[in-house]
Design a protein around this ligand. Structure first.
Ligand SMILES: CC(C)(COP(=O)(O)OP(=O)(O)OC[C@H]1O[C@@H](n2cnc3c(N)ncnc32)[C@H](O)[C@@H]1OP(=O)(O)O)[C@@H](O)C(=O)NCCC(=O)NCCS
Length: 184
C-alpha cells in the first residue's frame, strides 16, 4: 500500500485506513450541512459503517490503480480528505477531489495538500494531466486550482444533481509540462 505524503505546514496525507472510520464519520457528522451543499455523498453516509464501506471501496480502487484517497492529518487530528477520485491509466489522467472540516478552513491546508498531490501525481504516478472540477459558485474550491496555476478550461452545464438542483461545473486542468515549468 502507498506511502504517506508529507505536505509541509505540519500537514500529512495518510492513506485512509479502517481504523480511521470513527474519526472520519465524526468529521462528516460535524460538517454534514455544509458538505451536502457541494458534495453528493453526505446523505448516504449516515453511520460509521458507511465510513468503513467508503474506506474499503477506496482501498479496492487503490489496489486496482483506479483512485487514491488520503486522510489529511494536521496537529494530530483528521481534518479532511483529498485524493484522486479517479485515475485513467490509459490516458495518464486523473481528477482531484477534496473537503475540509470547517474549523480547518482558511489556513491554506487544502492548497498545500493539493500541491503535494500534484507532486505525487506527476512525479510518482507519471500522470500527464490532472483536473479539478468545482461548482461554479463554490468560490473556496475554485480558488485552489487558480492558486496552483491550473487553466480554466470551461464549464460543464448542469453537470451534477445536488440537493435537487443542477450545478454547473467549472473545469480546471494542469498538464505535466505546465507543472514542471512552475517548479523550475
Ligand atoms: C473547498 C475547501 C476545501 C476550501 O478550503 P479553504 O480553507 O478555503 O482552502 P485552503 O485550505 O487552501 O485555504 C485557503 C484560505 O487560507 C488562506 N491562506 C492562509 N495561508 C495560506 C497559504 N499559505 N496558502 C494558501 N492559502 C492560505 C487563503 O487566503 C484562503 O483564505 P480566504 O479564502 O479567506 O482568502 C473547503 O471550503 C471545503 O471543504 N468546502 C466544502 C466541501 C467542498 O466544497 N469541496 C470541494 C468540492 S469541488
Amino acid at each position: 500500500m502507498p506511502e504517506v505524503l508529507k505536505a509541509g505546514r505540519g500537514l500529512e496525507l495518510r492513506p485512509l485506513n479502517l481504523r480511521d472510520a470513527g474519526a472520519l464519520f465524526a468529521l462528516v457528522e460535524g460538517n454534514r450541512e455544509r458538505l451536502r451543499r457541494w458534495l453528493p455523498w453526505p446523505d448516504a453516509n449516515l453511520c460509521v459503517l458507511d465510513s468503513r464501506a467508503y474506506i474499503l471501496r477506496m482501498r479496492t480502487l487503490w489496489r486496482a490503480g483506479l483512485g487514491q484517497s488520503f486522510g489529511l492529518w494536521w496537529k494530530d487530528r483528521l481534518v479532511g480528505v483529498a485524493g484522486f477520485n479517479w485515475i485513467d491509466g490509459a490516458n495518464r489522467s486523473a481528477a482531484i477531489g477534496y473537503w475540509l472540516a470547517q474549523d480547518a478552513e482558511g489556513h491554506g491546508l487544502m492548497t498545500t495538500a493539493v500541491s503535494a498531490l500534484l507532486r505525487h501525481g506527476f512525479r510518482t504516478l507519471k500522470l500527464n494531466r490532472i483536473e479539478i472540477r468545482a461548482g461554479v459558485r463554490n468560490r473556496r474550491s475554485r480558488a485552489i486550482p487558480k492558486r496552483l496555476g491550473f487553466r480554466h478550461e470551461g464549464t460543464l452545464r448542469q453537470a451534477e444533481l445536488l440537493a435537487n438542483r443542477y450545478v454547473d461545473h467549472a473545469v480546471y486542468g494542469l498538464l505535466a509540462e505546465e507543472w514542471r515549468i512552475r517548479q523550475a
